[in-house]
Write a protein that binds this ligand. Structure first.
Ligand SMILES: [Zn+2]
Ligand SMILES: [Zn+2]
Length: 419
């Protein structure tokens, strides 16, 4: 039987404390929301988080991966090490929502002055994890293991030329000392109704690979194309060829995939066929084998089409973010914790997302589960709500209580099962 806290089961304790501290969690969220900071610049955010964690009596480490904060809660009984993660950064987006605590902050991004807003909801993640930390600390002596609270900077990507995010935290040893056995993460979702939780086993959010193709032909007068090799026509053929990879060459019943060319540059004027064309694109995949196979097919398609025209194509694919891959077995076990947090009717499977998350770097090292918690007001439909990364992005704060409970139950149930 699960352990008891002051005469009730830990489920009851978590629930009553989540009610008690709900307003506190909301006030934390509003503080973060009004004071957003960009990736790798979460200085004040970091101070606030560290101060709250220290006031709980936790062992706190700051300056991890620049502005990250890690706190350790050692339970009164031996057991595994579980990590709970929240990300910390805002985005260069102007806030348009008519909120009392709307952001008016301006900052500098890659040399440019920009408005800053918590337009992805990372403010709610920090608030929810601080709430969970308070609840879990109140149960310290009964906890069977260790909980690591990871507040991670720069999820949205570090500024040009800087390292950051989950990758840098791992490099600096966040998963060691003590060694983490499993990790759980939450993303608030503006298109999922409050009170609901969505999850997916295995490929949940996509890997991002950046694709660069340089096509070299031979320059000539636009009036005499037969004297040259036209890299613009070859590039057009390559772009059309790439369309058949997802539509004709991969097993779409396995997982979805996307190949997008987002830029194509070549030439300077109407009557000169240039020597070179450059294109850039993004590849999104949810399965590692499909990812590798698509890379090979892109290279084969581009180089052979170029060759057929007497041109050359150099293909460069850079792996940016891995797949946010929810460990199958751990996900199956975690569903019970989600049901505890939200109720059976409010937990459901979701479609895979072709956007990405740098939580995926943690999941490459240890089994992890990443879930979506609803932040859309009840009764609204998806098209009426401001999407993530837009000026109208909006979160119904009543959804955070579900997230606080989910963090607690994911950690407690894991430790209970492993003891
Ligand atoms: Zn985002
Ligand atoms: Zn996000």
């Amino acid at each position: 039987m699960a352990f008891q806290v002051s005469g009730q089961t830990y489920k009851g304790h978590v629930e009553s404390m989540a009610d008690q501290i709900e307003q506190k969690v909301v006030s934390y969220r509003r503080h973060f929301h009004q004071n957003p900071e960009l990736s790798n610049r979460e200085f004040k955010t970091s101070e606030f988080v560290a101060e709250k964690l220290k006031s709980l009596g936790l062992e706190v480490k700051t300056g991890v991966a620049k502005t990250g904060v890690v706190a350790i809660l050692k339970g009164g009984k031996p057991g595994p090490v579980v990590a709970l993660r929240a990300d910390m950064d805002g985005l260069p987006v102007p806030e348009r929502a008519p909120l009392e605590f709307a952001s008016k902050v301006k900052s500098e991004y890659n040399g440019q002055e920009v408005p800053v807003m918590h337009a992805c909801g990372h403010d709610t993640h920090m608030a929810m994890l601080l709430g969970a930390a308070e609840i879990l600390t109140s149960m310290r002596k009964d906890i069977k293991g260790t909980i690591k609270f990871i507040f991670q900077p720069a999820e949205e990507g570090a500024p040009h030329g800087e390292e950051g995010g989950a990758k840098l935290m791992i490099k600096e040893g966040v998963l060691e000392n003590p060694k983490v056995d499993a990790i759980f993460g939450i993303h608030i979702n503006a298109q999922t109704e409050v009170g609901k939780i969505k999850y997916r086993p295995e490929g949940t959010m996509a890997a991002v690979d950046i694709l660069n193709i340089t096509v070299k032909g031979r320059q000539s007068h636009g009036a005499y194309p037969w004297l040259g090799v036209d890299p613009i026509v070859v590039s057009s053929q390559i772009i059309m060829g790439l369309q058949t990879i997802v539509s004709r060459q991969i097993d779409l019943t396995n997982q979805g995939a996307v190949v997008t060319i987002g830029s194509l540059h070549s030439g300077v004027r109407s009557n000169i066929i240039p020597e070179e064309a450059k294109m850039e694109g993004t590849i999104r995949t949810l399965d590692a084998n499909m990812q590798n196979s698509i890379h090979e097919r892109i290279t084969r398609t581009a180089t052979n089409i170029a060759e057929s025209a007497g041109a050359t194509a150099v293909v460069d694919i850079h792996r940016e973010y891995p797949i946010t891959f929810n460990d199958k077995e751990l996900t199956e076990k975690t569903v019970a914790s989600l049901v505890k947090a939200a109720g059976k009717d409010n937990v459901s499977l979701t479609k895979a997302v072709t956007g990405a998350e740098d939580f995926s770097f943690f999941q490459e090292k240890v089994p992890g589960v990443f879930v979506f918690v609803g932040g859309m007001p009840k009764g609204k439909n998806v098209l009426e709500t401001g999407a993530h990364h837009t000026p109208d992005f909006f979160i119904d704060e009543s959804g955070m209580k579900t997230g606080v409970k989910a963090y607690c139950f994911m950690a407690l149930d894991y430790m209970e099962a492993k003891k």
